[in-house]
Design a protein around this ligand. Sequence first.
Ligand SMILES: [Zn+2]
Length: 298
Amino acid sequence: MNQEVKSGKILSPSTPWTERGVPGIEVPDEQQALKATFTEPTVECPECHALVTRTAMTFNAYVCPQCDEHLRMKARDRLTWFFDQVKTELGQEFVAKDPLKFVDSKPYPERMVEAQKKTGESEALIVMQGTLKDVAMTACAFEFDFMGGSMGTVVGDRFVQAAERAIALKQPFICFAASGGARMQEGMLSLMQMARTSAAIQRVKEAGLPYIVVLTHPVYGGVTASLAMLGDVHIAEPKAMIGFAGKRVIEQTVREKLEEPFQRAEYLLDHGVIDQIVHRHALRDTVYRIVTKLMNLP
Ligand SMILES: [Zn+2]
């Protein structure tokens, strides 16, 4: 008599005993097993190409559990991970305009809509207020996937407003930088944000409040030349690339091959540009320690 096992296989009396299922134990067939493997979205590590589930990555703060590579974190994930408790989000009222009616291969508003669809964010800078171990802070983070985290007028507006709110509430101001620089579609108006944000940082310092910059991979151009290099303390994540002009541009100018780790955080630490390199898992504790020290908190 044929015996039907839950795997759906029909077993005849001639089937060898090694292929007969154990009664009462469900044997998933191959297809089901494959489905189970791929139902959870995975993230591929760009360094060691390990496939890690998104859940595991989120729990590990987007640090590869295999090779310790620091993957890019989305701005919103970054801030919600950084704070124990998020209180408010600032700056959502600022919306980009197209004052120059700029068109390259596509009109600027079209690029904007594309970036908004891709990231789910309205602009390249996210600002939140919240607490980290009972210390209230204002923090902002650049969304690199939004037009390369470029600094346009809205990014400037949000940054300045964040600095002002930090001053009003006597909170330390933290910036997670990741940007390609100024936003060329806004021309001179974009460059003006360098001066604007620098002035806002100066006001934070005059109010006696700490401004701490965390440099995440990559920080370039006008952002390096302004808000990302004006911190009281500069922390970088391991292997983050930080510079003004890109490596290729410099190579073409000086006509020399620049070897690794040129422009990497480790190289910059050796040359005194940044203060320390901190593993992402130790970042929250480090920022907390620096803030409490600088503000004389218990
Ligand atoms: Zn890896």
